[in-house]
Ligand binder design. Structure first.
Ligand code: MSP
Length: 501
């Protein structure tokens, strides 16, 4: 049986319109999933929306619509943004769907039957904005709003019971929590005794949720509900053999702010339900603007759609992937976007295409020339094309996407340099046959660079393949066929004039 590379994004709250934070994780997952397909693996990419809970109930109330109607509208905003961003997800899950409600109830029953859920009267400080009970210390930290004292009966999951088992799993599986500093953060957190998790909300306070199968006066806590989406989509509870093709998930991609829920709540829930743990939970950093967190409350959210309107989807995808070192925060600015665009995309990548295609058009009637004898330079380029593929893959598998991109760009720069050294525009005057070899070499190297970058810029690279008039997306040397007539020329990445920006 072939195990499928199964990658997920968090499912996004529908109390907010999609912003760059949502777009970033989803593009990242898309790039990884497309790359997996490129290297010959089956990949299943899941994203979706988190539709229950107090925040959504309140957002709907504010708009004076019923919660499901609100969710329907918001889910559409996400799906249409994903379409616009060239996201190739294989499934889109909504937590209000029947298939999901069924699995949540099933898991609650399993965990309850195993004796890991108990009811208790609990009195404590409750943060309405966070939708959970908080400790005295947390309430003093000033980070929580809308705190009130609450006393009520609730259901608790015996999370504490799995503390040692979780620590053991983390220690034995170095890839389980990535990057390393996030793993250490969780191990540090687990040095304190773990509390049990309150997993219910009385309907008197919140009714927008999945009803507990063993007490109809309660709904399920939104995180207990949401995390389960990762097993709903690949069909938990249906054909076990089918499910096993997907599960355990290869990678849960998340932002650093939701690490505890994913690296503590989720694995302990799975342990209680007797389900294997995901292979990797990878937490990325945040996009900051002028070193401030981008958040709606501070009013500095960049709407990805605005960026796209001005500069196109693929350049924005490229920028987001190239500029963030995975695991760390990154700063967004329009200036750095323009600098990156002009240097990498307009000057290096786009320029190589325009050189190759213009010279072939002018001197070979637009027909990709034949290859004659190679000089050592051409042999070197063929060799480095194999190297760049290897390096690209190895950076991708280490989640160093920025370095993978840089490797591809260095290769592109080396081809531009090769043109400057071997001056095909001069050689063509005396030796049309050898100039043809130089141009073929440049065009083929460009094709391979474009194949590598196609998971990051799926549409622009498609346009490039149209210019080269090739359907060859293999990464081995020799995909371009001499004798092929080039397609219509286009400027792939027009330079952004910095004076007007
Ligand atoms: N619904 C939960 C997740 C449940 S998963 C079972 C949730 N949703 S969310 O809509 O708040 O989405 C949060 C995701 O967006 C997180 O991964 C978060 O890190 C990410 N981002 C939000 N703003 C961000 C930036 N400025 N930069 C990068 N990502 C950030 O949490």
């Amino acid at each position: 049986m072939n195990k499928i590379f199964y990658i997920t994004t968090p499912i996004y709250y529908v109390n907010d319109i999609p912003h760059i934070g949502h777009a970033y994780t989803t593009i990242l997952a898309d790039v990884i999933s497309r790359h997996q397909k490129q290297i010959g693996n089956d990949s299943f990419f899941l994203t979706g929306v988190d539709e229950h809970g107090q925040k959504v109930q309140e957002a709907a109330k504010k708009r004076e619509v019923n919660p499901l109607h609100h969710c329907d509208e918001m889910a559409k905003r996400f799906t249409s943004l994903w379409q616009e961003l060239h996201i190739s997800n294989d499934d889109f899950i909504r937590t209000t769907e029947q298939r999901h409600q069924k699995v949540v109830k099933k898991i609650l029953n399993i965990v309850n039957d195993a004796g890991d859920i108990y009811a208790d009267e609990y009195e404590g400080l409750y943060s309405i904005s966070e939708e959970r009970f908080i400790t005295e210390k947390e309430s003093e930290s000033g980070q929580f709003r809308d705190i009130k004292k609450l006393k009520e009966k609730n259901y608790f999951f015996k999370m504490s019971k799995y503390q040692d088992q979780l620590i053991d799993h983390i220690n034995k599986n170095p890839k389980f929590i990535q990057p390393e500093h996030r793993k250490n953060e969780i191990l540090g957190f687990l040095k304190q005794p773990l509390n049990d998790l309150c997993i219910s909300r009385p309907k008197s306070r919140l009714d927008w949720g999945i009803e507990l199968p063993f007490d109809s006066n309660y709904v399920t806590y939104v995180w207990f509900d949401a995390l389960i989406n990762y097993i709903t989509a690949p069909g938990y509870g249906e054909d076990p053999q089918e499910f096993q093709k997907f599960w355990p998930a290869s990678m849960h991609l998340i932002g650093k702010d939701i690490l505890t829920t994913h690296a503590v709540y989720w694995p302990t829930m799975l342990m209680a339900a007797g389900i294997k743990l995901p292979e990797t939970i990878f937490a990325h950093g945040w996009w900051l603007m002028k070193d401030e967190k981008m958040s709606k409350s501070s009013g500095n959210v960049i709407n990805p759609l605005d960026l796209i309107e001005d500069y196109g989807v693929d350049p924005v995808r490229y920028y987001l992937m190239r500029e963030m070192v995975l695991g760390h925060d990154a700063s967004f600015s329009k200036e750095s976007f323009i600098t990156r665009y002009n240097s990498d995309l307009a000057n290096d990548f786009g320029n190589l295409l325009s050189r190759v295609s213009t010279l072939i058009n002018k001197n070979y009637e637009g027909i990709i020339p034949n290859v004659s004898d190679f000089s050592s330079l051409e042999i070197e380029i063929q060799h480095s094309s194999r190297e760049v593929v290897k390096n690209f893959d190895s950076h991708m598998s280490n989640m160093a996407i920025n370095e993978a991109i840089e490797a591809a760009l260095q290769f592109v720069r080396s081809i531009n340099k090769y043109f400057e050294q071997s001056v095909p525009w001069k050689v063509v005057k005396d030796d049309k046959i050898f100039a043809g070899t130089i141009l073929y070499t440049g065009a083929e190297a460009l094709r391979i660079a474009a194949v590598l970058l196609s998971s990051i810029m799926p549409e622009r690279t498609k346009n490039l393949f149209l210019v080269l008039n090739t359907t060859s997306t293999g990464r081995d040397w020799g995909g371009l066929k001499p004798g092929t007539q080039l397609g219509p020329l286009t400027v792939l990445f027009p330079r952004i004039n910095t004076e007007n920006n």
